[in-house]
Design a protein around this ligand. Structure first.
Ligand code: CA
Length: 223
């Protein structure tokens, strides 16, 4: 099922979009600010981003620009009340793939999203490699030497995050904020529990763990 992130500050519009996309069979996440949208779009594998231009704080075009600067090629549909040729060019130059002017019919939105998904531009990096593992972000599969390592969705998300930061220390706060979308998870032992679950599945029977504990900081996945 395709995963779509909707970033829109107007609650009524956000709910409407969420409902329409869900009933069209998509998995939908929502965010109300640009900053939250950027954090979510950066943290997980998304198939499409639907984002309003005018947002409090970081604007929609800024989010798109930052995503593109970070090497993400997730398809983006930009929603906006602005409709001059200059605005369109500006939005597309920021890295949006398509542009929809408010107010629009939900059927039109669904058609645009479908077209973007068909075009299928998954993130440029579709396979991450770290610690002798291949992490296929499109098929959500982890393999080592061609053999699949079965992970739950959450385990996969934690591993993906560690792999995106491979060789560097990741704090429990970062994992809480970006994987659970709740920094308070750093205060519980949930993060630690997941790291230990991953170690059980990924570590070689002898030898050091692929996920090192960085004392007083957090964790680091082997490069
Ligand atoms: Ca808005």
């Amino acid at each position: 099922m395709a995963r779509i992130l909707v970033v829109e500050d107007e609650r009524k519009v956000r709910r409407g979009l969420e409902r329409a996309l869900r009933s069209a069979g998509y998995e939908v996440e929502t965010a109300a600010t640009g900053d939250e949208g950027l954090a979510r779009a950066t943290a997980g594998a998304l198939d499409c981003l639907v984002i309003d231009w005018m947002l409090p704080g970081l604007e929609g075009v800024d989010v798109v620009r930052k995503l593109r600067a970070g090497g993400r090629s997730t398809p983006v549909l930009l929603l906006t009340a602005r409709d001059t040729v200059d605005d369109r060019v500006f939005g597309l130059e920021a890295g949006a793939d398509d542009y929809l002017v408010k107010p629009f019919a939900l059927a039109e939105l669904l058609a645009r999203v479908m077209a973007l998904l068909r075009r299928g531009r998954p993130d440029r990096e579709t396979v991450l490699r770290a610690a002798g593992l291949e992490i296929d972000l499109v098929r959500r599969l982890v393999t080592r030497g061609g053999a699949e390592v079965a992970l739950t969705q959450r385990e996969f998300a934690v591993l993906e995050y560690l792999a995106r930061h491979k060789g560097r220390a990741v704090t429990r706060e970062m994992l809480g904020r970006d994987v659970w979308n709740d920094p308070n998870y750093a205060l519980t032992n949930v993060v630690e529990v997941y790291v230990n679950l991953l170690r059980k599945k990924l570590d070689p029977p002898d030898g050091p763990s692929v996920i090192a504990t960085v004392r007083g900081v957090g964790y680091r996945l082997k490069d």
